[in-house]
Design a binder for this molecule. Sequence first.
Ligand SMILES: NC(=O)c1ccc[n+]([C@@H]2O[C@H](COP(=O)([O-])OP(=O)(O)OC[C@H]3O[C@@H](n4cnc5c(N)ncnc54)[C@H](OP(=O)(O)O)[C@@H]3O)[C@@H](O)[C@H]2O)c1
Length: 163
Amino acid sequence: MQLARSIGARITGVCGTANIEYVRSIGAERVIDYKAGDWLQLDQRFDVIFDAAAAASFAQARPLLAPRGIYINTMPRPALYWAAAVARATSPQRCVPFLLKTDAALLQRLAKLAADGVIVRTFTRSSALPGWRRRSAGCNRRGARQGVRAGRVLKRRPARGLR
Ligand SMILES: NC(=O)c1ccc[n+]([C@@H]2O[C@H](COP(=O)([O-])OP(=O)(O)OC[C@H]3O[C@@H](n4cnc5c(N)ncnc54)[C@H](OP(=O)(O)O)[C@@H]3O)[C@@H](O)[C@H]2O)c1
């Protein structure tokens, strides 16, 4: 959100009740509590929908997209790639499966944005470690098991500096 804000985007954020003020503080002009209302029912069009919780599908989000709008979803799966291919062939709207990739150059760009004050939230090693350990053990923040893909459990190791 902070990166989008830094390039001039006007942001509507969607989060749970406990995070409303936090989401506002990092740049949302308007915040919707998904526990109290359904953002898919909004009578509004967006240039970009970044579905960081993988809470919807392209078909569900499409009525909220501008004519050349882009829907980005962080849970790449076959249906999403199929929707992306169909959209590319049939419409100016786009469906984009998002896969995080990091390398030294990207991390250096992020470090510069943090140094320049574009990214304002920082985490200390001690505050970041518990969440990292839970995630490394295969759990998300609510404690649900993650990492089970096609019948096998993927084990993730923490980064070297965080063990
Ligand atoms: N493609 C990639 O590279 C990549 C990388 C990391 C994660 N992911 C995927 O992205 C998704 C989120 O990962 P995460 O690490 O952020 O998980 P997380 O720590 O469990 O957080 C999920 C967030 O989504 C919010 N949320 C849940 N249901 C929602 C809804 N219906 N509408 C709007 N917000 C909702 C929750 O808000 P509250 O806490 O306020 O309830 C929570 O903050 C997962 O599906 C994960 O597998 C993909």
